[in-house]
Write a protein that binds this ligand. Structure first.
Ligand SMILES: Nc1ncnc2c1ncn2[C@@H]1O[C@H](COP(=O)(O)OP(=O)(O)OP(=O)(O)O)[C@@H](O)[C@H]1O
Length: 637
């Protein structure tokens, strides 16, 4: 066996020698090419640049397609400029842009650039932003180690695609005409993969996109744009791919932000799994932390003293007279200040009287606005007497500062995820950060998942989409049964500025799944029982409405000896602990199994409260990939 293996290798090497004999290549390059040609039997397909060794500086000398992806190879005596290695990458990526290989469209993450130097090279080696530099004696490291991303059929399809797209690259040691396709039709391949994926995602989001996603990744927008689509349709995935795509085509900074604290942190961790070499080019942070750092950088106070702010609010609340006909909870009034008055940047009673309360409707008593305005003025007085400011003030100040003196260097792109949670001031700030170059601001969101109340129209922030809106519809996360149930939730979309699609219109990519409706008295026992029967590979979370319920369930789990972790302190990495947290903390997450216990919730006596509650329920349910457990507690009297 070993003998015949070596014999075959020797045969291939000799064949390569004959094929390359007339090429005026330096001997070290020939050695490298022979080595690659021998790998043909291990599923690597080499394509040589027809101009090699006089390959134009910004082109690859060789492209190698294999199960571990596509290698853009530069054979160089000295280290190439980063612009050259990037250009070689982009050139190859553009050739592959339209390649559809059964399970989807290929993302650029399957490509990587490698610079191979002769063995005597003494210069820099290792990984940089733009390439991996090695010497010829380290080729094994490249060809033998690594994750297998592509099937043999896909490898061949890609190699053939490259061969057919350019005269610059020619197959060495293989002939695309002579190798037939090995298996069935494209949809058949896809179906097989979906069916075979009972446990794991059937395709890796880092390498495969659908055509709507890929179109939006590559599309050149001539102004602010929006990506929408129901839960699980890959909006964040698309945004991350777009950032990588843009990062590879420029050297400016890019920003990914969201109006929620944990979302950017988790996105950063996903981006690190996809394109770690580009991580330094992209800033990930919440809009508040961006505003705070920006103000601090300009020498302006920016830290919010949360406790003092709470005391200021409580002081006003304790003096509050009950207003008949309106919900008298501190949360309601806090929301009115945060989302409507300060959130919309209203600065006078006259402006407030006529201000839109989009998404904060309900029939209000006639003197509601004057009452609320008085409340707000009292609160502001309390803040200033304590010499503190709140989170809304931080956004407002950052916006004012940016209008006074714009950023010295603009971002190449600004992505705002969970955009439906922005206040109007937040939206204006995001717009101001993105500057006035077109193609910079990308809003990513889904109105049906808006957890907070209140809203705006893009035009109020001077933004118009002019058709620059993409809607995704294939749900990659929720299995059919879970999607169907979540689609029944009446989550009213109050954010619908651009085109959108309700969850009930989404198409489940994966079928199956299970929804358990539990009825009974002792939900702690029932939930624990169900949790303990899950197999070890299942990631599980309990999602609650309130912080109090989160605390309760953490106690229940720990009391039963189950390892539990609050969602608020989870960094998004795989864990065997059961995660517990509120819907807001669960934004942007997903788990194989999700438990939704019943809990006493505050009476919802306004329409907007009821609507927000339904939307939060939809968010919670759509965190489940395979299995959803819903409690319908029969309360004992
Ligand atoms: N083209 C794809 N191929 C395979 N998996 C995908 C693809 N696009 C997205 N996914 C997977 O689907 C899941 C949902 O994706 P993502 O979080 O980007 O969706 P989303 O629309 O931002 O969701 P939500 O609005 O609910 O937060 C993730 O597990 C992601 O990896």
């Amino acid at each position: 066996m070993t003998g015949s293996f070596h014999h075959r290798q020797e045969l291939l090497r000799r064949e390569a020698e004959v094929q390359l004999r007339d090429r005026p290549l330096p001997s070290w390059q020939k050695r490298v090419l022979h080595r690659f040609a021998v790998e043909r039997d291990n599923g690597w397909y080499p394509l040589l640049n027809q101009f090699a060794p006089h390959t134009p500086r910004q082109r690859p000398d060789l492209v190698l397609v294999g199960r571990m992806g596509v290698l853009v190879v530069l054979l160089r005596e000295t280290e190439p400029d980063w612009e050259d290695s990037r250009a070689a990458f982009v050139w190859t990526a553009e050739l592959l842009a339209g390649a559809s290989i059964g399970s989807g469209m290929l993302s650029e993450s399957v490509l990587s650039t490698v610079v191979v130097h002769p063995v005597e090279h003494t210069g820099r080696k290792g990984r940089s932003t733009d390439h991996l530099a090695i010497t010829e004696d380290e080729l094994d490291r490249l060809l033998k180690r690594g994750e297998q991303i592509l099937t043999p059929d896909e490898v061949l399809a890609l190699a053939k695609h490259l061969d057919s797209r350019t005269f610059d690259l020619t197959p060495i040691m293989w002939n695309s005409q002579r190798i037939p396709n090995q298996r069935g039709t494209v949809p058949q391949v896809l179906q097989e993969q979906v069916a075979a994926s009972a446990r794991h995602p059937f395709r890796d989001w880092r390498y495969f996109l659908d055509d709507a996603q890929l179109g939006a990744v590559r599309r050149s927008f001539s102004g602010p744009a929006q990506i929408s689509g129901p839960a699980g349709t890959g909006k964040t995935t698309l945004a991350l791919h777009r950032l990588a795509f843009l990062a590879r085509r420029g050297h400016g900074k890019l920003l990914y932000t969201a109006p929620l604290a944990q979302v950017p942190e988790r996105a950063a961790s996903r981006f690190g799994q996809m394109a770690p070499e580009l991580s330094g080019q992209i800033e990930f942070g919440s809009l508040h932390s961006w505003a705070r750092d920006f103000l601090a950088g300009r020498g302006r106070p920016a830290e919010v003293d949360e406790q003092e702010v709470r005391r200021a609010f409580d002081a006003v609340w304790s003096r509050e007279e009950v207003l008949p006909g309106i919900r008298n909870s501190p949360e309601y009034w806090k929301d009115e200040i945060d989302r409507v008055i300060k959130g919309r940047g209203v600065s006078s009673f006259d402006a407030y009287r006529t201000a839109s309360r989009k998404g904060r409707g309900g029939s209000l008593p006639t003197d509601f606005r004057s009452h609320a305005w008085r409340f707000y003025c009292d609160y502001e007085r309390e803040l200033s007497e304590r010499d503190v400011f709140d989170h809304s003030d931080v956004l407002k100040r950052a916006l004012a500062e940016l209008e006074r003196r714009p950023l010295p260097r603009q971002y190449t792109a600004v992505v705002v995820d969970e955009a439906q949670e922005l206040t109007l001031v937040g939206l204006r700030l995001a717009h101001a950060i993105s500057g006035d170059e077109p193609d910079q601001l990308l809003l990513v969101g889904d109105g049906q998942q808006q957890a907070s109340t209140g809203g705006w129209r893009l035009s109020e922030a001077g933004i118009s989409l002019h058709g620059r809106g993409e809607v995704l519809r294939h749900d990659y996360r929720n299995r059919g049964t879970v999607l169907e149930r979540a689609g029944q939730v009446e989550a009213v979309n109050r954010y619908d500025d651009g085109p959108s699609l309700p969850l009930s219109g989404a198409l489940a990519v994966r079928s199956g799944g299970r929804v358990v409706d539990w009825h009974g008295h002792d939900q702690e026992r029932a939930l624990l029982g169900a949790l303990l029967t899950l197999d070890d590979e299942s990631s599980a979370a309990i999602i609650t409405e309130s912080e109090a319920a989160t605390e309760h369930w953490l106690d229940v789990l720990r009391g039963a000896g189950v390892k539990a972790l609050p969602l608020a302190s989870w960094d998004g990495r795989d864990t065997s602990d059961t995660l517990v947290g509120t819907v807001l903390q669960a934004k942007g997450t997903e788990f194989r199994t999700v438990f939704l216990p019943a809990e006493p919730v505050a009476p919802e006596d306004t329409r907007e409260d009821r609507e927000a509650h339904e939307r939060r329920r939809l968010v919670a349910m759509t965190r489940a990939q395979d299995h959803l457990w819903l409690s319908h507690l029969t309360r004992t009297r």
